[in-house]
Ligand binder design. Structure first.
Ligand SMILES: *Cc1c(COP(=O)(O)O)cnc(C)c1O
Length: 457
C-alpha cells in the first residue's frame, strides 16, 4: 500500500503503528516497512480506508460482522447500557438484567437441550473455559483421569495457551512449547488438500475413523472430549465430505466422551441455520460461541452447556473459573440487540432461502477459471483453491505465494478476500445483497485473472 499513499494523515498513522503498535499474527519488521492499511469507517458490507478507497468486505471483519456495519440499534443499545450500568461483575452471587436476558435469548436459538451459558470475553477464553469445564465434569463424575482432549490438525480454536494448543496450527505450536500436555490431534477432513487418490466419500470415512483410532490409542478411560469446528474456518473453510459427520456421530455414540462444537464462526447464522451443529444434525454437549454473537461490535464469547453437563456441574460446588468481563453488561446488551435483529429481520432464514444459494451458485461459476482447482462453500462461507494443474490438484511452488498475490490484487481492486496458503476464502456479512454478491464475484474473477497473469509470467 505504501506506494499509493497520498493522504499525509495515512503516513502519520502508519508511523504510529511502527513506533508503538504490535498487531496480532504479524511480521513486525515487514509491517513497519509496508505500513498497515488504515481502515477509518464502514457501512453495510463496505469499508473505507484512509486513502478514500471503498472496499467490499468479503470477510465480515474477521467472520464476525453478521448484521453488517453501521447498525444504529447496536450503538443505541451500548450507549443506553453504558448510562444505566456500564459495568458490574457477575462474580459473588450478583447478576444484572442484560446478562440474564442474553443467556435466555441464546438458549432460545440454541439446539434443544443447550440451556446454560458461561460468558467470556472472546472465543479463545470460551475454549479455555471448555477445557476446564470438561475436566471439572469428569472429576465430578469420579473419572479425573479423563483429561485428554482430541482435536484436529489445522483446526482453529483461538490463541490463548489452551486455545492455541487445542488448535492444530503447526506454526502456532512452534512458538512457546505448544501444545500443552493432554491435547492430541487427528487429521482433518480436507479432501482437496489431503484426500490423495481416495474419493471424497472414502476420505471422509477415513478421516472420521482417525477419531476412533485415537480414542483407542489414548484409551477411552483417558479421553474427556473431542472438539471440532462444524466447518473449519481459519484452516481454509474446510468442509468435510458428506460421509464424515454421520461416521463421527457413530463413533461418538460408542464411547463415553463429550463432544464440543466450536461454533465461533458457524454460530449465529453463518451456515443458514442458527448453528453449524443444526446444519449437520450434530448434538454437541458443549458449544463455544463468539464472533457473530455481537456481530463484532463489542467483544464477547461464551460456552453453551447442555443439560447433561449442567446436571453434573450444578451438583459440584464451586467452579473456580471466570473473567472480570464475563457477561459484561454493555457486551450483553449489544448481543441481545444483535440477536433481536437476527430474529426479527429473519436474517438466518433469508441466508438459507435466498442469499446463500445465490452466493454459492455465483461462486461456483469461478470453477471454470484456469487457476481454480475447486470452489466449495455452504451458507455464507466459501473457498477457492488456486492450483497450477486443475486435473491433478497440483499446487504452485510455495515461493510463488499465489494466495498472497491474489490477496494483493483483491485489496487493490476493492475486495477483501483472505488467503490461507493457496486457498482464497470468503465469509461476507450475512446481510449481503444479491447485487453486492454480484460485485464480489465480478471482482473475484478480475483478481483471479490478474493473479493468473502474474504467476504465469
Ligand atoms: C476466531 C475463533 C476462535 C477464537 O476467538 P477469539 O475471539 O479470537 O479468541 C476460536 N474458534 C474459532 C473457530 C474461531 O474462528
Amino acid at each position: 500500500m505504501s506506494s499509493q499513499v497520498t493522504n499525509p494523515q495515512t503516513r502519520i498513522w502508519q508511523e504510529l503503528s511502527h513506533q508503538h503498535h504490535l498487531a496480532p499474527f504479524s511480521d513486525y519488521k515487514q509491517l513497519s516497512e509496508k505500513g498497515p492499511r488504515i481502515i477509518t469507517k464502514a457501512e453495510g458490507v463496505y469499508l473505507w480506508d484512509s486513502e478514500g478507497n471503498k472496499i467490499l468486505d468479503g470477510m465480515a471483519g474477521l467472520w464476525c460482522v453478521a448484521i453488517g456495519y453501521g447498525r444504529e440499534e447496536l450503538v443505541e443499545a451500548a450507549s443506553q447500557q453504558m448510562r444505566q450500568l456500564p459495568f458490574y461483575n457477575t462474580f459473588f452471587q450478583t447478576a444484572h438484567p442484560p446478562v440474564l436476558e442474553l443467556a435466555k435469548a441464546i438458549a432460545d436459538v440454541a439446539p434443544a437441550g443447550m440451556n446454560h451459558v458461561f460468558f467470556t470475553g472472546s472465543g479463545s477464553e470460551g475454549n479455555d473455559t471448555m477445557l476446564r469445564m470438561v475436566r471439572h465434569y469428569w472429576a465430578l463424575k469420579g473419572k479425573p483421569q479423563k483429561k485428554v482432549i482430541i482435536s484436529r490438525i489445522n483446526g482453529y480454536h483461538g490463541s490463548t495457551v489452551a486455545g492455541a494448543s487445542l488448535g492444530g496450527m503447526k506454526y502456532m505450536h512452534e512458538q512457546g512449547d505448544l501444545p500443552i500436555p493432554g491435547i492430541v490431534h487427528i487429521p482433518q477432513p480436507y479432501w482437496f488438500g489431503e484426500g490423495g487418490d481416495m474419493s471424497p466419500e472414502e476420505f471422509g470415512i477415513w478421516a472420521a475413523d482417525q477419531l476412533e483410532k485415537k480414542i483407542l490409542e489414548v484409551g477411552e478411560e483417558n479421553v474427556g472430549a473431542f472438539i471440532a469446528e462444524p466447518v473449519q474456518g481459519a484452516g481454509g473453510v474446510v468442509i468435510a465430505p458428506d460421509s464424515y459427520w454421520p461416521r463421527i456421530r457413530e463413533i461418538l455414540a460408542k464411547y463415553d466422551i463429550l463432544f464440543v462444537a466450536d461454533e465461533v464462526i458457524c454460530g449465529f447464522g453463518r451456515t443458514g441455520e442458527w448453528f453449524g451443529s443444526d446444519y449437520y444434525g450434530n448434538s454437541p454437549d458443549l458449544m463455544t460461541i463468539a464472533k457473530g454473537l455481537t456481530s463484532g461490535y463489542v467483544p464477547m464469547g461464551g460456552l453453551l452447556v447442555s443439560d447433561k453437563v449442567f446436571a453434573v456441574i450444578n451438583e459440584g460446588g464451586d467452579f473456580n473459573h471466570g473473567f472480570t468481563y464475563s457477561g459484561h453488561p454493555v457486551a450483553a446488551a449489544v448481543a441481545l440487540e444483535n440477536i433481536r435483529i437476527l430474529r426479527e429481520e429473519k436474517i438466518v432464514e433469508k441466508v438459507k432461502a435466498e442469499t446463500a444459494p445465490y452466493l454459492q451458485k455465483r461462486l461456483r461459476e469461478l470453477a471454470d477459471h484456469p487457476l481454480v482447482g475447486e470452489v466449495r462453500g455452504l451458507g455464507m462461507l466459501g473457498a477457492i483453491e488456486l492450483v497450477k494443474n486443475k486435473q491433478t490438484r497440483e499446487r504452485y511452488p510455495a515461493e510463488t505465494s499465489v494466495g498472497m498475490v491474489c490477496r494483493g490484487h483483491c485489496f487493490d481492486n476493492g475486495l477483501i478476500m483472505r488467503a490461507v496458503g493457496d486457498t482464497m476464502i470468503i465469509a461476507p456479512p450475512l446481510v449481503i445483497s444479491h447485487a453486492e454478491i454480484d460485485e464480489l464475484v465480478t471482482k473475484a474473477r478480475l483478481c483471479l485473472d490478474l493473479t493468473a497473469r502474474d504467476v504465469q509470467a
